[in-house]
Design a protein around this ligand. Structure first.
Ligand code: HEM
Length: 211
């Protein structure tokens, strides 16, 4: 089943929804930056306190991201290979083809963002508590080029979330004249909330309005 195109779409949907849940938790935690250095560092220390739980959560997160990315690659390669026959029986609408092209582009931008982001915030060399995780975040968001980088990438991420949210429900056959508009509205609300929440952090910290 997982080798079929439908099975792969299920994997994309489930892993995508798990990433959506992670993004809500990550944002909620990062909003502690507005409460100040002490609060944010306490929050970060709490996350790191239980090493077993931390490594298990990180392993889960990496697996989810990898599964999502690898399945996306396999799906798009599969679609490409099947294209000659596909056109004979089913013509993808212009809108559908454009959306999947955009998803690949935004996905690649997010992947690049993640590599940079994790190198900056997770693997910055620190000796004990110097610099603290708050200092690391603050030092990047004091530089306009990084604020622009983060805001642009989060904007692209939001377009990915906007389309991905609704298509994850469609993969499960939830396509109904009554519920589809509600799912679309939910996806829009989710994507806009993530966009506003995540972009507020670098902008406000740059302006010196962080905690
Ligand atoms: C302005 C927005 C953001 C801030 C301030 C921020 C902050 C951080 C910080 C401080 C860490 C390191 C945590 C630690 O070492 O304990 C981190 C890790 C991480 N961030 Fe973000 N982040 C932001 C946006 C994002 C976005 C948009 C994504 C996903 C697309 C993301 C995904 C991750 C991941 C996957 C990790 C590694 C988690 C781990 O291994 O524990 N972050 N982030």
């Amino acid at each position: 089943m997982l080798k079929s195109s439908l099975g792969k779409k299920y994997v994309m949907s489930i892993t995508g929804q798990l990433v959506c849940a992670f993004l809500v938790m990550h944002l909620a935690g990062n909003l502690a930056l507005f409460a100040g250095k002490e609060t944010f560092n306490k929050y970060a220390a709490m996350l790191e306190a239980n090493k077993v739980l931390l490594y298990a959560a990180e392993a889960g997160l990496i697996s989810i991201f990898l599964l999502h990315i690898l399945t996306a690659i396999r799906l798009s390669l599969g679609n490409r290979a099947a294209r000659p026959e596909k056109y004979a029986v089913y013509k993808a609408s212009g809108e559908k083809r454009m959306a999947s092209g955009t998803m690949i582009f935004s996905g690649l931008v997010i992947l690049t963002f993640l590599v940079v982001h994790i190198c900056q915030f997770k693997f910055t060399p620190r000796v004990g508590d110097t610099p603290t995780i708050y200092d690391v975040v603050q030092s990047y968001f004091a530089q306009p080029q990084w604020v622009i980088f983060y805001v642009s990438c989060i904007w692209v991420l939001s377009t990915h979330l906007f389309h991905g949210f609704q298509s994850s429900f469609q993969s499960f056959g939830l396509n109904h004249p009554r519920y589809t508009p509600m799912i679309k509205a939910g996806g829009a609300l989710y994507a806009v909330s993530m966009c506003v929440g995540y972009t507020a952090i670098p902008i406000f910290m740059y302006l010196g309005k962080g905690g």
